[in-house]
Design a protein around this ligand. Structure first.
Ligand SMILES: Nc1nc2c(c(=O)[nH]1)N=C([C@H](O)[C@H](O)COP(=O)(O)OP(=O)(O)OP(=O)(O)O)CN2
Ligand SMILES: [Zn+2]
Length: 119
């Protein structure tokens, strides 16, 4: 079973490696929606896999690094595609949140990336 918590991140970026004339080469911003999913079995007494507040606390340091920042300036996000943002979050969050199973980054209402592990 999995639970999830949703975060909203305002941030700017540009994609440096797109073909010439691509709209995403220009500086622009998004209201990113990030889902953090955690897997496990609900505890017999608690009835929950984990307190949602603990997911929030684990993600907080990364949230602070991303929210209202220019993503290209962040180490590891020099090419901040949805895919790279999802991988960047997964790699760093997994260390302190071992039950992490999935990171979903909605870049717009119609597009996004899902990371369920690192190759
Ligand atoms: N595979 C990827 N493709 C694109 C990415 C990406 O991160 N991974 N990023 C972009 C742009 O940053 C852009 O902001 C989002 O693109 P898009 O979904 O095309 O945005 P629109 O608002 O124009 O979408 P519509 O629903 O078609 O209006 C581009 N590609
Ligand atoms: Zn974009």
């Amino acid at each position: 079973m999995q639970i999830f918590k949703v975060f909203h991140i305002e941030a700017a970026h540009r994609l440096p490696n797109v073909p010439e004339g691509h709209k995403c080469a220009r500086l622009h911003g998004h209201s990113f929606k990030v889902e953090i999913h955690v897997g496990g079995t609900p505890g017999a007494q608690t009835g929950w896999i984990m307190d949602y507040a603990d997911i929030k606390a684990a993600f907080a340091p990364l949230y602070d690094r991303l929210d209202h920042h220019y993503l290209n300036e962040i180490e590891g996000l020099e090419n901040p595609t949805s895919e790279h943002i999802a991988q960047w979050i997964f790699a760093r969050l997994k260390v302190g949140l071992p039950a992490l199973t999935r990171v979903v980054v909605h870049e717009t209402c119609t597009s996004g990336a899902v990371c369920e592990g690192l190759d």
